[in-house]
Design a protein around this ligand. Structure first.
Ligand code: SF4
Length: 283
């Protein structure tokens, strides 16, 4: 276990984690919603510091990032757990399985592996990197010292203070903007929309940002939704922010059929009226 950052002791031996907008109140010997932060007698610990479910050398386009070191490979790693509970999670075997296998790794090992493989940086991806905060912060600081770029692939669900502390070390982020509907976030993802929008705006001021919208039949595939999404991206981040519409396939608890390619084309046509860089993924 590793000391956690961003929490306060409330009453008796309860603590409140302040890393993400869930702000979980955690009783002694319990973990928060993400199952990765545990209260032991009034102290909060990360259970996943230096523990990974997988490390691979990926094309940067897989994140997806199309406007940041295009054509280059990046050392990519993730751990387990998530602060969302999306019923369609395409990575549920590491985000939702509390027994997903973990291997030990240190920030120093990650950096030496990245340098050995001639990776231009380190990507924190596969599951939600903000719940891995302490390890990501230590590794990102070390990576930057060695001239490596840091990339986050995130749901954007983090509180402003920890976000601002990490951003100076981050070169690029791909942030999911799953819907413009707060009810979608609440019912389908077990989160909320507003903090995600805040993260996108703050990140955009600090590093390169691309956005991903997973298009799911009947849940977020109306013209009206694509128009609202496009308008928000244009108004708040500008016409040059790359937007990726990604095709959904049945996964985890959701068994709707895969998104028709025509739906993605419709999303593309709407977004391209205002945005300069729109891409289709998983097609
Ligand atoms: S990081 Fe985990 S424990 Fe902390 S508030 Fe978010 S879900 Fe709860």
């Amino acid at each position: 276990m590793h000391d956690a950052l961003y929490y306060k002791v409330t009453d008796k031996s309860n603590v409140q984690c302040e890393l993400c907008p869930k702000n979980c109140i955690i009783k002694n010997n319990n973990t928060g919603y993400c199952r990765s932060r545990k209260n032991v007698e009034g102290k909060l610990y990360s259970l996943i510091y230096g523990k990974t479910t997988g490390i691979a050398l990926d094309p940067i386009e897989k994140k997806p990032l199309y406007h940041f070191h295009p054509g280059e490979m990046i050392l990519s790693l993730g751990t387990r757990g998530c602060n969302f509970g999306c019923i369609f999670c395409q990575n549920w075997h590491i985000s939702q399985d509390p027994d997903a296998y973990l291997d030990a790794v240190s920030p120093e090992q990650i950096i030496s592996e990245a340098l050995r493989l001639h990776s231009f940086g380190v990507a924190y991806t596969y599951n939600e990197p903000f719940i891995w905060y302490e390890f990501v912060l230590d590794t990102a600081q070390l990576a930057k010292k060695h001239g490596l770029a840091n990339v986050l692939v995130s749901n954007g669900y983090v509180n402003p203070e920890p976000l601002e502390k990490l951003l100076p070390f981050i070169g690029a982020m791909n942030i999911d903007l799953k819907s413009m509907d707060d009810d979608f976030y609440k019912k389908i993802c077990k989160g909320t929309l507003y903090p995600v929008l805040e993260t996108i705006k703050r990140a955009k001021d600090a590093c390169h940002v691309e956005l991903t919208n997973l298009v799911i039949p009947t849940l977020n595939d109306s013209d009206e939704h694509f128009e609202r999404l496009t308008d928000w991206v244009f108004d708040n981040t500008g016409a040059d922010t790359p937007l990726h519409f990604s095709r959904y396939f049945p996964c985890y608890e959701l068994n709707l059929p895969p998104t028709p390619k025509e739906t993605l084309q419709r999303a593309y046509n709407i977004a391209r009226k205002k945005l300069n860089f729109v891409y289709l993924g998983n097609v």
